[in-house]
Design a protein around this ligand. Structure first.
Ligand SMILES: [Ca+2]
Ligand SMILES: [Ca+2]
Length: 193
């Protein structure tokens, strides 16, 4: 893949069942870790997720457009949240785009007790295209609704009356209350009388 702006959907994390010392993450009822995931783009925090307690795997939603190229770094830090000081679990780094292959679910290089991290991406262009079409569809829907309203309105308006004409010579009359045609002199029956 080429470097560029990508829509980062989420990050999936899996950690080892035990600490590096071969012990459970916590003592007592919940030996599994209570994962906290921090995602940093060039050092800036872009997401921080607290997973369900006592899980070895978690998904952290990101939903952001990020520049990912040969000179940027996306690092995922994983810790087990404890009462006083968190246990660091390890970290993962998104490889450079040239190493991604064709997949949009990119496996990261991991350290410590972090076993697997996948960053799910969509190409921003594809993402924008998809939502553009939804926006166009919405636009068409709105226009359609406005059109229906306009037609309904037209139906409610009273029909336009034809201009009055002489009953004998068909000459146009000034108004509907004329009693005598100014053209042929034929008597008219004024309307409304
Ligand atoms: Ca712990
Ligand atoms: Ca725990």
């Amino acid at each position: 893949m080429d470097g560029g702006t990508y829509h980062v959907v989420d990050v999936q994390v899996e950690v080892a069942p035990e600490t590096a010392k071969g012990k459970s993450w916590d003592i007592g009822d919940g030996p599994a870790p209570d994962l906290v995931i921090t995602v940093r783009h060039d050092g800036d925090q872009v997401a921080r997720c607290r997973a369900m307690p006592n899980q070895y795997a978690a998904t952290c939603p990101i939903g952001k457009d990020l520049r990912l190229d040969e000179s940027t770094t996306l690092v995922i830090e994983v810790a087990d949240e404890d009462t006083l000081v968190n246990d660091p679990v390890g970290a993962a780094t998104l490889p450079r785009p040239s190493a991604w292959g064709e997949t949009m679910a990119v496996a990261c290089e991991t350290t410590g007790q972090v076993q697997r991290v996948t960053v799910n991406l969509t190409e921003r262009a594809a993402f924008v295209r998809r939502y553009q079409w939804q926006a166009v569809g919405l636009g068409i829907g709105v226009l359609g609704a406005l059109g229906t309203l306009a037609m309904g309105r037209a139906r409610l308006m009273p029909p336009r009356l034809a201009p009055p004409t002489c009953s004998h010579c068909r000459a146009r009359l000034e108004h509907r209350r004329v009693t005598k045609c100014p053209n042929c002199g034929a008597p008219q029956t004024p309307e409304g009388l």
